[in-house]
Design a binder for this molecule. Structure first.
Ligand code: ZN
Length: 195
């Protein structure tokens, strides 16, 4: 449980009332970047992720590591650095993940994907499709934290920490009903809910 201790120590697990990117509300928000501020912690977390990958795939055959920008770039890079493999990140352009900057996927190359948090796994799913559309293969998908029990990915996947956290639709969120101010993480603004 050392990774969970690091995340808690660095304030990466926040308690309150949060508006998530999916539009749902939650009483916990995971901000892994708070831990990635510290290179030593990032290196430790990456090493743990590599341990998971080594149980599942042949690291020698891995062509590279890919992550979606921006939240997973630091941890993805650190995993690649420790494996001595190339690292690529995909960015959103008009809402769609794409490789810019002349990044290329090796044809029939085997890749690992690294995310900071799986909520629904949506970004990783999009990344897997992107890599495969460009002629690569994804052997394994990793995340530091998984927020939900069920995530649907077409490749084997795992995370270091599993938090089975309830997500609420705004219209039946108990935190809204209790009048707790809603916070959109990443902004300084706090919105008062009116429901
Ligand atoms: Zn709410």
């Amino acid at each position: 449980m050392r990774v969970l201790e690091i995340l808690e120590k660095r304030g990466a697990i926040l308690h309150g009332h949060f508006l998530l990117a999916s539009g749902k509300h939650s009483d916990v928000y995971v901000q892994c970047q708070r831990a990635f501020v510290y290179p030593e912690d990032t290196a430790f977390i990456a090493k743990e992720l590599i341990g998971k990958a080594q149980e599942q795939c042949d690291i020698k055959n891995i062509a590279g590591v890919v992550s979606p920008a921006l939240g997973a770039v630091i941890i993805g890079y650190e995993v690649a650095r420790q494996l001595d493999k190339p690292f690529l990140f995909a960015e959103r352009e008009d809402g769609k993940l794409t490789f810019r900057r002349g990044f290329e996927i090796q044809q029939n190359g085997h890749y690992l994907t690294v995310e900071d948090v799986f909520t629904t796994g949506g970004s990783t799913l999009e990344l897997i499709n992107l890599v495969e559309n460009m002629g690569g293969l994804v052997d394994y998908a990793l995340a530091v934290v998984q927020r939900q029990k069920e995530i649907a990915l077409p490749v084997p996947h795992d995370s270091l920490i599993f938090l089975d956290l309830p997500l609420y639709e705004p219209e039946n969120c108990p935190l809204c009903k209790a009048g707790i101010p809603l916070v959109k993480p990443g902004t300084k603004q706090q919105q008062k809910t009116s429901s």
